[in-house]
Ligand binder design. Structure first.
Ligand code: GDP
Length: 419
């Protein structure tokens, strides 16, 4: 099949807890670095009279990336014996949170890094919550800098209990919690002589144990329209199939216009012959056997499993705006290929990601999570995030800035929807 053979991972955690160091170490210990890179960093550290700093490896790779030397300008790759990995967002990257909430950095798996000496911090919890909110399906925790706590099993056990307790309370169960030292290289690829008490996998073993998610071909069809092209008398509806499969002859339902029409042909950009079907992950154009009104932002599905059509919905948002989120204020919303002005009708709950306490509020401050009710000026086609990650995720734009990211979660609205 067309299952990817690489995994997209993201490193999260409190600043300075050792994400870059860990990544540098992984690159080093998996021999994923360009020839001479480690030596040049080692010499530079020696000249400065400091110990080898693995985090500089990442800085060096990123610098090259920023200068466009490496081919892909947003991603850095490494490989284990098992497969390839791409780090979809670099630790410390200032756009990190934005990328997470916009789905630009949609990860298959995450490593949450916690400093063994400092323990679980507010930012560790917030990032854990974000992973939950954004539906990152697989998480492993690394308790880093074990060298600073004398490789103490007691210290590790205490942190493991605390972070497992927190993650469990938000519905995340980590595959592993691993004691490591990025600086000393403990438990990056093999076992560690310093921690004979730890029976579990190393970081790279844990990575290799993550699953590569199968494409969403068996889910209900969602084909958000990106563009409508006219060639002579032909009209091609173009977009990316986000989930499901469509076939020539299928009857499609277009939302939110609620029109049904049959697929006359599928045009794939680089197929030798016109295909009879196309599936999740493919960008295609289709022609229809009737001229109905279709524009960018409309979503095609099958009648048996339509998206939700509504102008009001419930959501969880993560707010990043400099200005707090306010009820009554109008924002621009982008969801799949739709853009619409929306107002926040109510802020139903503000959730403290630290202790998970909830309160009602009139505003949501930067870095907070809230449950809100959103009203749109026009009808929308959307899904709950748990049903479809592509049509259940949106961003709110205030002026020119992406100020918040959210997921549609209609809990409590089910009854109204059926009416
Ligand atoms: P980031 O902000 O999470 O990417 O953290 P860095 O990787 O930049 O590390 C922050 C500091 O912690 C740097 O001075 C590292 O040298 C240090 N550090 C990282 N990992 C370890 C470790 O395993 N042991 C010790 N002793 N120091 C570490």
């Amino acid at each position: 099949g067309n299952i990817r053979d690489f995994l997209k991972i993201v490193f999260v955690g409190h600043v300075d807890h050792g994400k870059s160091t860990l990544v540098g170490r992984i690159f080093h210990d998996t021999d994923s670095l360009p020839e001479g890179k480690v030596e040049s960093i080692r010499r530079m550290c020696e000249r400065r009279g400091m110990p080898m700093e693995y985090a500089f490896l990442l800085d060096a790779l990123q610098a090259e990336r920023d200068q466009g030397i490496t081919i892909d300008t947003t991603q850095i790759w490494f490989k284990s014996a098992r497969r390839d990995y791409v780090i979809i967002d670099a630790p410390g990257h200032k756009e990190f949170l934005k990328n997470m909430i916009t789905g630009a950095a949609s990860a298959d798996a995450a490593i949450l890094v916690i400093d063994a000496k400092e323990g679980v911090q507010e930012q560790s919890r917030r990032h854990g919550y974000l992973l939950h909110l954004m539906g990152v399906p697989q998480v492993t925790v690394c308790v880093n800098k074990m060298d600073l706590v004398g490789y103490s099993q007691d210290r590790f056990d205490a942190i493991e209990r605390e972070i497992r307790g927190y993650l469990q309370s938000i519905g995340v169960s980590p595959d592993h919690v691993i004691p490591v030292s990025g600086r000393e290289g403990d438990l990056i690829v093999g076992p560690s002589a310093s921690m004979p008490w730890y029976p579990g996998p190393s970081v790279v073993d844990a990575l290799d144990g993550f699953r590569v998610p199968a494409p969403a071909t068996d889910q209900p069809l969602r084909f958000p329209v990106q563009d409508v092209y006219k060639f002579d008398d032909r009209r091609i509806i173009a977009g990316r199939i986000e989930s499901g499969t469509l076939r020539v002859g299928d009857t499609l339902l277009f939302s939110p216009t609620n029109k049904t029409v049959r697929v006359k042909s599928i045009e794939a950009w680089n197929a030798p012959a016109p295909p009879m079907k196309a599936s999740a992950g493919q960008s295609v154009g289709i022609t229809l056997d009737e001229q109905i009104f279709v524009e960018r932002g409309h979503v095609a599905s099958h009648e048996s499993h339509p998206p939700i059509e509504t102008d009001v919905f419930r959501a969880h948002v993560f707010w990043l705006g400099r200005e707090p989120l306010k009820t009554g204020k109008t924002y621009r919303m982008k969801l799949a290929n739709t853009e619409a002005p929306v107002t926040v009708q109510s802020i139903d709950n503000v959730i403290d990601t630290g202790d998970l306490s909830q309160r009602a509020g009139a505003t949501v401050e930067r870095n907070a999570v809230a449950e809100i009710t959103v009203r749109s000026r026009k009808m929308l086609a959307l899904d709950e995030f748990r049903d479809n990650q592509k049509t259940g995720r949106f961003v709110l734009i205030d002026g020119y800035d992406i100020s918040g990211g959210g997921i549609v979660s209609m809990e409590g609205y089910a009854d109204q929807r059926q009416m």
